[in-house]
Design a protein around this ligand. Structure first.
Ligand SMILES: NC(=O)c1ccc[n+]([C@@H]2O[C@H](COP(=O)([O-])OP(=O)(O)OC[C@H]3O[C@@H](n4cnc5c(N)ncnc54)[C@H](O)[C@@H]3O)[C@@H](O)[C@H]2O)c1
Length: 320
């Protein structure tokens, strides 16, 4: 079997920190190289400072390491992206093109590219977004992800580069802080609940969105990347879903474990972004093609989050 050498970009972020651990469990610590423009917390393996806009630095690292796979996580997220749309376009688009073209010219086997439910927007039924529907996003972040999916499709069909992608919904985990997205409330709320403090939610009480527990998102990512090539029939990006809920339902799920927990609603600019996104997404293709099935429901996720954050607090370790 070929020995894998895996580069993860944006490895210091919410997903990267957890993905690094799972990749190193699966392939060994020596197989995984974390890269980012900032340090990666709690990572005992190799780390290289790398800006994804630095094409030469990227090419040198890929060559020097005999890289076989790249997980390209580096990006500016939806809410942060609206503060500087042109810079977001540059980081998300030029960064991806550097990855794809380096992968093509240096013979990389597989590239993982995370897309997002932010690709959806006007012109579709937002009650349930299908796999192959028009993509008219409302944010610059969504525009970059929709374009990025098409670049992946292009590199696969034109050059045979094995690019695989998931449209992640909002990701909820206890392991790492979220990085400036519209679904960040669904992580923050647990930290307040675990500290027994009231939470002020930046989305409206009835703002329903698709979400997924971190463990499920990481498993989906690794399963997609491990699936035989012929099973990957969607070469833009797979719809992926774990559950869907609105802030009011999440608060009620938390109150089952923390009865006196209180939430106020003060929607800000992120509410308009949330309102442009679908409430649910249809992930039938992922289920059929490579056997996707989420393990966590709203209730089991809520319990697991509070168990982990509660034990962090009672052991005296700081939480953000
Ligand atoms: N977290 C979610 O809910 C979610 C949902 C859908 C899609 N995604 C996608 O998954 C990927 C990872 O998301 P995340 O939540 O971990 O994001 P994050 O913001 O927590 O992490 C992104 C990382 O990229 C790094 N980065 C930014 N600019 C860079 C550059 N020029 N060069 C190198 N690194 C750079 C940041 O320092 C950060 O550590 C992103 O592509 C994001 O669009 C995330």
């Amino acid at each position: 079997m070929q020995k894998e050498k895996i580069i993860v970009t944006g490895a210091g972020g919410q997903i990267g920190q957890v993905l690094l651990q799972e990749l190193s469990n699966r392939y060994g610590m020596d197989a995984v190289i974390a890269t980012d423009i900032r340090p990666v917390p709690n990572w005992g393996g190799r780390f290289v400072t790398l800006n994804v806009l630095d094409r030469i630095g990227l090419e040198n690292l890929v060559e020097e390491q005999g890289t076989t796979q790249i997980y390209h996580l580096a990006a500016i997220l939806s809410a942060s992206g609206e503060k500087d749309p042109l810079m977001t376009w540059q980081v998300n688009m030029d960064g991806l093109l550097n990855i794809l073209d380096t992968a093509r010219t240096r013979g990389i086997d597989r590239v993982f590219y995370p897309s997002s439910i932010a690709v959806f927007g006007a012109g579709i039924d937002l009650q349930q977004a299908g796999q192959d529907v028009p993509l008219i996003p409302a944010t610059v972040y969504g525009i970059t992800k929709a374009a990025g999916e098409n670049w992946g499709y292009y590199y696969y069909h034109r050059y045979g580069l094995d690019v695989r992608s998931l449209r992640y919904p909002g990701i909820i985990g206890y392991q790492s802080p979220p990085g400036g997205g519209t679904t960040d409330y669904a992580v923050d709320i647990f930290h307040y609940a675990a500290r027994r403090e009231p939470y002020t939610c930046f989305l409206a009480a009835d703002s329903r969105l698709p979400m997924i527990y971190m463990d499920d998102a990481i498993r989906a990512t690794l399963d997609l990347m491990a699936a035989p090539k012929e099973q990957i029939r969607v070469r833009t990006s797979y719809n992926l879903s774990g559950m869907d809920f609105d802030p009011q339902e999440l608060a009620a799920a938390i109150q089952e474990f923390v009865p006196d927990f209180k939430v106020r609603y003060e929607p800000d600019f992120r509410q308009a972004i949330a309102a442009s996104w679908p409430q649910r997404i249809d992930d039938t293709n992922a289920r059929q093609d490579w056997g996707w099935a989420p393990a966590y429901s709203l209730r089991s996720m809520t319990k697991d989050m509070l168990d982990h954050l509660g034990s962090t607090i009672s052991s005296g370790q700081p939480i953000h």
